[in-house]
Design a binder for this molecule. Structure first.
Ligand code: ADP
Ligand code: MG
Length: 280
């Protein structure tokens, strides 16, 4: 497979190093031999038509799927294919189809996200000793700080299901950040957002990067992708066909063909409104 890369590979050891990742479902190869790295401090985009394998690739990175072939390393260690161990290692994610605890409050949803970083065990929780109470107070403080950061602090006691769509997406991000990741994977974070919310989401992604968290983001909104990303990889039918900066990606013949020959931006805009929803 020929892959064009605009910039030389980063010299430092990457944070995430996915090599030869392949995922087959029976006769269908959803992800085909994909290599991708994300270095400390980078924002990397992943684009491609619906059904290209983007979400499946995320599922392979986060232990939801065990890839048929290939390895995923995080900070040089091969990741165990178990979601909670991946979270513990330092990778957090949001979902294309929002997954919140609808009947829990906004604050409680973030507290659930902190679970992987709290040492207090079940016994301690049942006894509710001083260690537990201290850990709980600390967790609440950190969770509230994340709600401040994402602009949801005044809704801390609201039920998640009562938030407007755009704020539910922000809450998913706050919950993901609660696990104190080094790498955050965002699966269509602006789907269903209006243009103002989308611009605010861009600012939020930059602010997350400024806190020292690297980001890998799937998005159909090309303006969002090209405003934010240091590099963008394009998946088509499970294969990475191009990776590079805006100029390289937008001018690539294969990318233009993959988006049915339309200008990239309008093709992408059409995609987000066709209502197609893939399984995760
Ligand atoms: N669990 C699964 N079982 C069978 N096929 C799947 C499964 N998950 C995804 N697929 C298929 O893999 C392909 C890629 O899907 P997906 O990763 O959701 O694409 P994208 O996120 O790029 O829109 C699709 O053809 C989809 O139907
Ligand atoms: Mg998807």
């Amino acid at each position: 497979m020929s892959t064009t890369t605009a910039t030389a590979a980063p010299t430092a050891t990457p944070l995430l190093d996915a090599r030869g990742v392949t995922m087959r479902f029976g006769g269908l190869t959803a992800v085909n031999n994909v290599d991708l790295t994300v270095a400390e401090g980078e924002i990397i985009g992943l684009i491609g038509p619906n059904g290209a394998g983007k979400t499946t690739f995320f599922n392979c990175l986060t232990g939801l799927y065990v890839p048929t072939e290939g390895t995923v390393r995080y900070r040089e260690k091969v990741l165990p294919p178990k979601p909670h161990l991946v979270t513990q290692a330092g990778i957090a994610r949001t979902f294309q189809n929002i997954r919140l605890f609808a009947n829990m409050t906004v604050l409680e949803n973030v507290l659930v996200g902190r679970h992987s970083r709290t040492k207090e065990g079940l016994i301690s929780a049942l006894v509710r000793g001083p260690g537990y109470r201290r850990a709980e107070a600390d967790s609440r403080e950190k969770a509230m700080a994340l709600l401040e950061f994402t602009g949801l602090a005044d809704k801390a006691e609201h039920l998640a299901r009562n938030l407007p769509y755009g704020e539910q997406r922000k809450l998913e991000i706050a919950r993901a950040l609660a696990s104190e990741p080094g790498l955050l994977l965002l699966d269509e974070p602006t789907a269903g957002m209006n243009p103002q919310e989308t611009r605010a989401a861009e600012e939020l992604v930059f602010a997350i990067r400024d806190r020292g968290v690297a980001i890998l983001v799937i998005e159909h909104d090309m303006r969002f992708i090209f405003n934010l990303c240091d590099r963008t990889a394009v998946l088509v039918q499970g294969q990475k066909i191009v990776e590079g900066d805006r100029q390289l990606v937008q001018s690539d013949e294969r990318v233009i063909t993959a988006y049915l020959g339309e200008p990239l931006e309008s093709a992408a805009a059409a995609e987000t409104t066709d209502g197609t929803e893939n399984t995760e």
